[in-house]
Design a protein around this ligand. Structure first.
Ligand SMILES: [Zn+2]
Ligand SMILES: [Zn+2]
Length: 363
């Protein structure tokens, strides 16, 4: 069977031939891969800025955003049967006994950095026809979510962030009639984050470069959020439009814009970083003003990466809700479908919102 892979040392991105895997443990589950989503992380890996091959290999099989169907189960598997849909965990725990996070089932908070990530760091991904995984790393999905389930993984980061927003905002012992959120960036992470924030009751604004009308603005409007182009409003004008900015959900990985907006965060506001900037030129930051605001306005800044099982379960539940609430907007996020043989194109020349690889020769 073919797999989409990257050879970092040879600086090549191409299909490799792999033998079809067999179940080798009582808790093993054989999966037929139905779809693999591609994102900026795959692009970073294919441009050789990121990604590590597994021990003993000179290549890494790509693919961390996955929808799979169970085809066979080991004798001790309890939660899955052939025909069930499943989404695998991306990050697997490090081996260190002293890592309380990994030992506690929360590899997303790993202390050592020696975790594994499927399709990213020292573990092959899922961009191929069949994969055998352990039951413990699989999450079940309802059949009726088949069409949109590939969005479960990219939604997990918003779910992890929202759980932390809820936890931190418990410090405010009063109810506010209206809470306002700004989403920076209108890629899939940003738009899914906007859906999660609207669904959580935030008056939500998506701030992105492209002028409307465009498909990202259409999705934004369809979910009851407001789309504001940075070519129309500066961050200062945006802050004036919004009023007290309670939450910023950053999903662009562009440091200057993020820090410009951090300066305008509201009282008791929370700024959540999820984008990863490429190490580039230094940006200018008004540090005194930022620190002054942080203290005098009771602000908090947090970063979030990957997600635990609780976020994945919240993602399955909420995507089901979004799918009922905004069926067209959710489907409109998936803009490109490619065959495995064409996997380089959506990764290296991305267009549209979310591109997916459809396995089994169907695109
Ligand atoms: Zn991704
Ligand atoms: Zn760890």
């Amino acid at each position: 069977m073919k797999a989409g892979a990257v050879f970092p040392a040879k600086r090549r991105v191409e299909c490799v031939e792999l033998p079809e895997p067999k179940i080798s443990s009582a808790t093993g589950v054989k999966l037929r891969i139905l779809e693999v989503g591609v994102c900026g992380t795959d692009r970073e890996i294919c441009q050789f800025h990121h990604g590590t091959v597994p021990d003993g290999f000179d290549f890494l099989v790509l693919g961390h955003e996955v929808l799979a169907e169970v085809v066979e189960t080991g004798p001790a598997v309890e939660r899955f049967r052939p025909g069930d849909l499943a989404v695998p965990m991306v990050r697997l725990p490090c081996a260190h006994a002293e890592c309380a996070a990994c030992r506690g089932g929360r590899a997303d908070f790993c202390y050592t950095g020696d975790f594994f990530e499927r399709g990213i760091k020292q573990a092959h991904g899922f961009m191929t026809d069949f994969v055998v995984d352990e039951e413990a790393w699989l999450n079940p999905l309802p059949r009726e979510m088949r069409e949109v389930a590939i969005l479960v993984e990219p939604l997990t980061i918003a779910e992890k962030t929202l759980a932390q927003i809820r936890a931190i905002q418990q410090r405010l012992p009063f109810e506010r009639s209206s809470r306002r959120a700004v989403v920076l960036g209108a890629g899939p992470i940003g738009l899914l984050g906007a859906m999660a924030l609207v669904n959580a009751g935030f008056q939500t604004y998506v701030y992105s470069r492209e002028l409307p009308p465009n498909p990202r603005a259409d999705v934004t409007n369809a979910i009851g959020a407001a789309y504001i182009s940075s070519q129309v409003q500066s961050v200062e004008q945006l802050a004036e439009t919004v009023g007290n900015i309670d939450v910023v959900y950053e999903a662009i990985g562009a440091s200057q814009t993020a820090f410009d907006l951090l300066e305008l965060l509201g009282s008791n506001g929370l700024f959540c970083f999820t984008g990863v900037p490429r190490h580039g030129q230094p940006v200018s930051v008004k540090a005194d003003r930022l620190l002054y605001n942080l203290v005098l306005k009771n602000q908090a800044v947090l970063g979030a990466v990957n997600a635990g099982r609780d976020a994945l379960e919240a993602s399955v539940r909420d995507l089901g809700v979004f799918n009922h609430r905004w069926p067209h907007a959710v489907r409109a996020l998936i803009t490109g479908r490619y065959a495995l043989g064409e996997f380089r194109e959506p990764i290296l020349k991305p267009s549209g919102i979310k591109n997916i690889i459809v396995l089994g020769g169907k695109a």
